[in-house]
Design a protein around this ligand. Structure first.
Ligand SMILES: Cc1cc2nc3c(=O)[nH]c(=O)nc-3n(C[C@H](O)[C@H](O)[C@H](O)COP(=O)(O)O)c2cc1C
Length: 180
């Protein structure tokens, strides 16, 4: 059965990460579908899951969190990997020197670790195109405190994203092969 790469994306950056993960899994010999959490309702035709969301104000998008909570029982019974598309810029650490991919962990991830035990959660750098932002987001970006952490640009590390997807592919192949 295929793997579902379910995503929630406000402006497209997270969708493209999900699509790249599905393509990379496909190249590794694992059938995978990338689909928005808003259009998937039946999870029974999938035997593994990758679920990802854009991060806004330190939270996953509501649709993604609701998808996970609604499907907690199924997710607890299959292998699941989570990712978040968040930090922007070229600095690897925040103002106090903490690794940004750790510091930027969204609030929901601790709950998800407790409730269904994902294999892994990764924070990937994201992308921000000011032309795609709504009025409220433009206002937030004008606030002096946010200006340094919300720079314009595409900071996604495709090599890192593909490497993670290949690791998932190896893991799935091992699970399929069963205990030796
Ligand atoms: C108003 C605003 C708030 C944001 N808040 C966060 C945040 O709290 N943490 C974070 O890591 N990234 C934050 N980001 C960056 C986005 O998560 C990043 O741009 C992401 O890749 C967007 O994905 P999308 O295009 O799929 O919506 C914010 C971006 C904007 C415009």
């Amino acid at each position: 059965m295929p793997t579902l790469v379910a995503y929630s994306s406000m402006h497209g950056a997270t969708q493209e990460i999900a699509e790249r993960i599905a393509t990379t899994l496909g190249e590794a010999g694992e059938e995978a579908d990338a689909r928005s959490v808003e259009v998937v309702d039946d999870l029974t035709s999938y035997d593994a899951f990758v679920v990802g969301s854009a991060v806004y104000s330190r939270h996953w998008q509501n649709e993604a969190s609701e998808f996970v909570r609604r499907n907690r029982a199924v997710l607890a019974s299959r292998p699941v990997w989570l990712f978040s598309s968040g930090p922007l810029g070229t600095e690897a650490t925040d103002a106090v020197g903490q690794d940004l991919t750790v510091a930027a962990e969204p609030m929901e991830i601790a709950e998800f670790r407790r409730t269904f035990g994902p294999q892994d959660h990764r924070v990937f750098f994201g992308a921000l195109d000011p032309g795609r932002l709504g009025f409220a987001e433009r206002l937030v970006r004008m606030w002096p405190a946010f200006r340094p952490v919300l720079p314009e640009g595409d900071f996604r590390d495709w090599a890192q994203i593909e490497a993670w997807a290949r690791d998932i592919g190896h893991h799935l192949a091992e699970l399929r092969a069963g205990p030796r």
